[in-house]
Design a protein around this ligand. Structure first.
Ligand code: FEO
Length: 395
């Protein structure tokens, strides 16, 4: 169903209730997603972004509920990633006259994906497109989250189309932020930020400052995934400004995997020790928890304790992806702690600490080892370790 966003502005996207993994198998999307595309009508009609290729037919049908395809004058591609561009080849096969507009880096990414020689017009920050009573202003947003990413501001309707920024992987029956479950919405908005935008937090801060300097009224923020922010739209911008600071909460997250329960017992006791200090704590099994959800817990915590027994002179393979994410996402304002049981060599602690160092995460405490199964004395050492970590986050 087509949805009216504002007078002469329509949502013509696709709600993908079925989506459970994004970026291949990299990102879990427990609540599905949407691919948002928009039509702006004026003397010149403009189509903004597309959908994944398998939903092209539904997308084109929605557009045609509003106007015949041949009446589209401009097509804006804010970002070439296939979830927003998959319908373009079919569209351009059918359209002869429409001008395709993208950022200068989009002139590399669109042909790079489709090998097509589309007639591209590139724009830069500050360029405008007069479409009648309304004007579009382009704002390049490189690395939010691809080099080609671009925002469009629609003057006259006061709508910001920021593509991936301010989105959520959240399939819903209704299109607007005031119509959906708020707890779910904010969970998905944060998970999206943590897993996609954390490495670019400095750029997020700068882009928000740039938007503030534009000093334009924003009635609606219409991202390319999830719900459209029409009720207090700037609340998501304020959240992004806060998340970009990466200020940790007074909490410890204990992530572990275990072979014969020894490291699990250590994790539990560390958690008890943290709780005794009054600090908040979660103890989470890495192998059976969703990796992207664990990253949200890491994002929130001031101290990240990671536990693994030693296997083959290193950590359990189930722990390795988290260690890689610590480096790749570049979390700030965190301290780390490593623990685990061992039988004869015990290299897991050093390997985890080595990853903390590579991730520029300082140690909250020296690593804690336990040989074979922890006895009462070992468990008390674990509780004391937890108390130490708890006090760190309360400092
Ligand atoms: Fe939603 Fe970067 O694509």
């Amino acid at each position: 169903m087509v949805e009216k966003v504002k007078e002469d502005v329509y949502w013509v996207g696709f709600v993908d209730w079925d989506k459970r993994e994004f970026h291949g198998h990299e990102l879990s999307t427990h609540r599905g997603t949407t691919y948002n595309s928009y039509l702006v009508l004026d003397d010149k009609n403009v189509l903004i972004d597309s959908v994944k290729s398998e939903f092209t037919e539904e997308w084109l049908n929605k557009i045609e509920e509003v106007l015949p395809l041949e009446e589209i004058d401009y097509v804006i591609g804010n970002h070439a990633e296939v979830d927003h561009s998959g319908g373009f080849p079919e569209l351009f096969d059918r359209l002869e006259e429409a001008q395709f507009i993208t950022s200068s880096r989009g002139a590399e990414t669109f042909p790079g994906h489709y090998g097509e020689d589309w007639d591209l017009q590139t724009v830069e920050t500050g360029d405008t497109l007069d479409i009648g009573e309304k004007t579009m202003t382009f704002v390049e947003a490189p690395m939010l989250h691809w080099p080609d990413s671009m925002f469009v501001y629609l003057d006259g309707a006061n709508v910001l189309f920021p593509n991936d920024a301010f989105g959520q992987h959240y399939a819903t029956a209704h299109r607007f932020n005031d119509q959906v479950n708020q707890e779910e919405l904010w969970q998905e908005a944060l998970k999206y930020y943590v897993n996609i935008l954390t490495p670019f937090s400095a750029l997020v801060k700068r882009k928000i400052e740039e938007l503030e300097e534009l000093d334009v009224p924003v009635d609606v923020i219409a991202p390319s995934h999830g719900v459209i922010w029409r009720e207090e739209p700037m609340q998501i911008v304020e959240k992004y400004a806060q998340w970009a600071e990466q200020e940790a909460e007074e909490r410890v997250v204990v992530l572990y995997d275990t072979m014969w329960e020894a490291t699990r017992k250590m994790a539990d006791e560390i958690g008890r020790g943290v709780a005794e200090t009054g600090a908040d704590c979660k103890v989470l099994p890495a192998a059976t928890s969703d990796r992207n959800d664990l990253l949200v817990e890491i994002f929130k915590a001031a101290v990240v304790a990671i536990g693994s027994p030693t296997l083959n002179n290193g950590v359990l393979p189930t722990i390795t992806p988290l260690l890689e994410d610590l480096r790749g996402l570049g979390f700030k304002n965190k301290q780390g702690a490593a623990f685990g049981s061992y039988g004869w060599s015990g290299e897991s602690i050093e390997e985890i600490e080595d990853h903390f160092e590579k991730s520029k995460i300082s140690l909250a405490a020296e690593g804690l080892k336990c040989k074979w199964q922890p006895d009462d004395e070992d468990l008390e050492r674990c509780r004391e370790y937890g108390r130490k970590l708890g006090k760190k986050v309360l400092d």
